[in-house]
Design a protein around this ligand. Structure first.
Ligand SMILES: NC(=O)c1ccc[n+]([C@@H]2O[C@H](COP(=O)([O-])OP(=O)(O)OC[C@H]3O[C@@H](n4cnc5c(N)ncnc54)[C@H](OP(=O)(O)O)[C@@H]3O)[C@@H](O)[C@H]2O)c1
Length: 252
């Protein structure tokens, strides 16, 4: 039987693009999100081998249900993509409510670990598999107002490496770290002045969800069978932009 995948936060944006890419490769896909209507529409677009498991990844019972429903429906769970996340609370850390900070860790770090644990116990320990955690290009830098997001995503990247070591050789665990991508989560950044932002990027445009999905698709494929613990940065060159000079600019 074809591979089965579980993708969190897949009613729109990067998660939906990942689910579509995996489905196009023949995988059966279980997708999650809080909003049941958006998720139902995503499943309709994904085709006959997709199911929805609505719920909040902050809820441990939902995570157990997502894994058990995938196994019950498809009989296997080969690929787990931890994609759903929160960028709240935004703003200076001295103004952050510690309870919001805790929620950020619950959603961005604890939930991915819980899902890997459930997938490991239910399928991957015995049969193998591949996990991709969606981090962010921004883990190597600091950004205004992004203290909670950046800290949790840096923790997720660290978790990725630890899991890669602990679950090898049965399960490969990698990160994909996007730069700025045209989704709802990042709309407050790119909508302000997309042409100006694009002009700062070596590859001259912001990302599309499909740019990230192609990286995930490759990392979970047999093509990447000797890769674990890696962080694949998909950012249009943002991380190297300090040395980038647009061709029209005079050399310095
Ligand atoms: N866009 C960027 O520029 C960018 C850059 C770097 C990294 N990323 C990362 O890429 C991933 C996807 O982000 P995106 O930009 O595609 O965001 P998005 O377009 O806002 O989509 C987020 C998805 O996750 C779901 N979701 C959010 N919170 C959830 C929760 N607590 N439980 C279950 N589902 C939840 C949303 O549906 P509901 O709201 O219905 O739950 C939606 O399906 C995230 O990990 C993000 O940190 C994005």
């Amino acid at each position: 039987m074809a591979r089965a995948a579980l993708v969190t936060g897949a009613s729109r944006g990067i998660g939906l693009a990942v689910a579509r890419a995996l489905a196009a490769d023949g995988a059966a896909v279980c997708v999650t999100a809080r909003g049941a209507d958006g998720l139902a529409e995503a499943v309709r677009r994904l085709g006959p081998h997709a199911i929805a498991c609505p719920g909040d990844i902050a809820d441990p019972a939902h995570l157990e249900e997502a894994v058990s429903r995938t196994l019950a429906e498809f009989g296997r769970l080969d690929v787990l993509v931890n994609n759903a996340a929160t960028n709240a609370p935004l703003g200076p850390l001295m103004a952050a409510d510690p309870l919001d900070w805790r929620t950020a860790f619950t959603v961005n770090v604890e939930a991915p670990l819980r899902l890997v644990q459930a997938a490991w116990r239910g399928w991957m320990r015995e049969h193998g598999g591949a996990v991709v955690n969606i981090c962010t290009e921004g883990t190597h830098d600091v950004g205004p107002g992004l203290g909670a997001y950046g800290t949790t995503k840096t923790a997720l990247l660290r978790l990725t490496r630890q899991l890669a070591a602990e679950l090898a050789p049965a399960v490969r665990v990698n990160a994909v770290s996007p730069g700025l991508v045209r989704t709802e989560m990042a709309r407050f950044v790119w909508e302000r002045d997309e042409p100006a932002i694009a002009a700062t990027l070596p590859l001259a445009r912001i990302g599309e969800p499909e740019d990230v999905a192609r990286a995930v698709r490759w990392l979970v494929s047999a093509e990447a069978s000797w890769i674990t613990g890696a962080d694949l940065v998909v950012d249009g060159g943002r991380r190297v932009r300090s040395a980038y000079r647009p061709r029209s600019a005079p050399p310095t």
